[in-house]
Design a binder for this molecule. Sequence first.
Ligand code: TMP
Length: 212
Amino acid sequence: MRGWFITFEGIEGSGKSSQISLLTDYLRSNHRAVTLTREPGGTPIGDQVRKILLDPGNKILDPSAELLLYAASRAQHLKEVIRPALQSGAIVLCDRFSDATLAYQGYGRGLDLAMIHALDRLVTAGMRPDLTIVLDVEAAVGLARARGRNNQQGLEAEARFENEALAFHERVRQGYLTLAREAPDRMKIVDAALPPLLVQEKIREIVDRCLI
Ligand code: TMP
C-alpha cells in the first residue's frame, strides 16, 4: 500500500508551519497515520545541512553550492523518511520539497530551471508529491510576519533568507504562482492572507478531496 505525499510551499511568513500542525491534528483525530517532516532537514544528516544553509553568517555561500546542499538534504530525506513512510501507507506532510528549489534557487536566485529539473530528477527519481498546497501571501506581508516571529522566538540563527531583499521574495512568490499555473492538478493555491482558521478550512477541503 502506498500512502499520500502532500507538500506545503510558500514564501517566508506564509504560515506553513502552523497550518501543517493544525492539519496533522485533524488527520490524526481521523485516525490517519501521519508523518510530519520538513526540508531542508528531516533527518540527522539533513539537519546538519540545514544549519549550513540557514546560517546568516554564510553570506558567501555560492548559489550552486547552495543548490547542491538542498539536493543532498533531499536525497537523504527521501531515503530515510519519505519513501519508507509512504511504503508503510502513511500520509507524509512535508514542509517544502522540490518546488521550493525551483522557486528559490530558480526564480529567486536565477539559476537555470532546466538544470534544476535535471538535478531534481537525479535526486528524486521522478518522485512527485500527490498534492502541493501553496500558501500565497504578498512578499511584504510575509516578510513582516517572518521577521516578527524570528525576533520573538530567537530564530535569528535561521534568518539567512529573511535577510534577502523584498524583490527576491517577490520573485520567489511569482515563481510559485507560475509553477502552480503549470501544474494545476497537483498544486493548489490558498490565500494565506485570510484568517488562519479559514485558511485551515480551505486546506482541509482540498486534502479531504485528495484523500477520497
Ligand atoms: P523554512 O523557513 O520554511 O524552514 O525553510 C527554510 C528556507 O530554505 C526557506 O527560506 C526556503 C529555503 N529553501 C530553498 O531555498 N530551497 C529549497 O529547496 C528548500 C527546501 C528551502
